[in-house]
Design a protein. Structure first.
Length: 255
């Protein structure tokens, strides 16, 4: 795949899962990468693992700390670093019945969108200086379809908002030669499920969803990373505003 823009890739939520897999692929393609994450220990470990592949730096940020987010946004806007690519990969997921949601549960999702909005705005201003850029957001199948086994009303609202955000930015930023797309995964083996599944049970629990996907298996982080890199690349130069289903066929139908 060809990624011709000179500059750095920012991956928000890049220390694990789909964000980490994307960082690895982009480094292997020769790009410089900056990953943002909250957990300092996980961030240091990720940077250490990735550093053998190319130039990578880590930035610790609590996306729920609005003052820290605004401070980082100001720094990005003023930075001499050119962020040619942005991947919004930060996420949180913990299924809960609608009537059991507290305000704090709701805010877990929507405060994350607030941080995504502000940091994306800062990166876009940075991209506008260079006259081009490419952005990919990680949305979700749950934004398009309700699954009774995983009640996710607040999560789905947030991800549906991210899908809409993608399309609106694609329209607004087309004249700036900034493309904006999203991927919409189904069940993918990532640490995000650790919020409600014991670590030792994650593989077996997720594998129970294999038959849910017409292709016959749940996704791996690289399945999503490959699609993200394609959408970032020049190979997708005529694609913007797309919400790409990378879901093992779930949106096509059921076995």
């Amino acid at each position: 795949m060809k990624l011709s823009n000179a500059g750095t890739v920012m991956i928000i939520g890049g220390s694990s899962g789909m964000g980490f897999a994307t960082a690895k692929t982009l480094l292997e393609l020769g790009l410089n990468v900056e990953i943002l994450a909250n957990n300092a220990e996980k961030l240091d470990k990720a940077v250490s693992e990735l550093s053998g592949l190319g130039q990578v730096i880590g930035t610790q940020i609590d996306l729920y700390d609005i003052d820290a987010v605004q401070a980082l946004a100001s720094k990005i806007t003023a930075s001499s670093t050119h962020y040619a690519y942005l991947v919004n990969a930060a996420g949180y997921f913990s299924p809960l019945a609608f009537v059991e949601h507290s305000l704090a549960d709701y805010n877990q999702y929507h405060d994350l969108n607030k941080a995504t909005f502000l940091l994306t705005q800062a990166v876009v201003k940075n991209m506008q200086k260079a006259g081009s850029g490419s952005i990919v957001n990680i949305g979700s199948m749950w934004a398009k379809q309700a699954i009774k086994a995983t009640p996710s009303s607040a999560y789905s609202m947030a991800k549906a908002g991210l899908h809409a955000f993608t399309q609106h930015l694609a329209m607004e930023l087309a004249d700036d030669k900034i493309r904006v797309n999203a991927v919409s995964p189904a069940v993918v083996k990532t640490p995000i499920y650790g919020s409600f599944i014991a670590p030792e049970d994650i593989d077996s629990t997720l594998n129970s969803f294999n038959a849910f996907h017409p292709i016959g298996r749940v996704g791996e982080p690289n399945d999503i990373a490959n699609s993200i890199v394609f959408l970032l690349s020049d190979d997708a130069s005529w694609i913007t505003g797309s919400i790409l289903d990378v879901d093992g066929g779930v949106m096509a139908g059921r076995n």
